[in-house]
Design a protein around this ligand. Structure first.
Ligand SMILES: [Zn+2]
Length: 139
């Protein structure tokens, strides 16, 4: 493999993996050659299909992509509602006992289930408690 081979194939728009396949080496080896010899990659990742949320996120707002994104958003909201419905202590004030349990060694997910709180709420509360403890050490 010569730097010229890599440069020629890269200029054609081949990915490092495709270049490696053509030259009989790994994509990591191709990458190493490109970095060492300053050969830019001309490969551009293909866009996701229309009618997918991924394509919507990448900037397309055609009807099919908007439909896919709307479906995703509906599912996301429904999922969040299921989670809060399963968390009877949702939006209730935190108690000192809950704070102590959050700081215990048990996993956040297990604590959230035990407390009847959402996982996200417990993650956020625990981070706040840890930050406060770091700011004002009680020892
Ligand atoms: Zn589209």
């Amino acid at each position: 493999m010569s730097p010229g081979d890599v440069a020629r194939l890269a200029a054609q728009g081949l990915s490092d993996r495709e270049i490696g396949d053509a030259l009989g080496c790994s994509s990591r080896t191709v990458l190493r050659h490109r970095v060492r010899h300053g050969i830019p990659s001309r490969w551009v990742a293909p866009l996701p299909e229309h009618g997918s949320r991924a394509r919507y996120v990448s900037g397309c707002s055609c009807a099919a992509c908007r439909r896919a994104n709307n479906a995703h958003t509906r599912e996301y909201v429904a999922s969040a509602q299921r989670l809060t419905a399963a968390a009877p202590r949702y939006a209730q004030p935190w108690t000192p006992d809950e704070d102590a349990q959050l700081l215990s060694a048990r996993s956040v997910a297990a604590t959230a289930l035990a407390l009847g709180r959402t996982y996200v709420a417990c993650r956020v509360r625990r981070a706040k408690l840890l930050a406060a403890a770091k700011e004002a050490p009680t020892t």
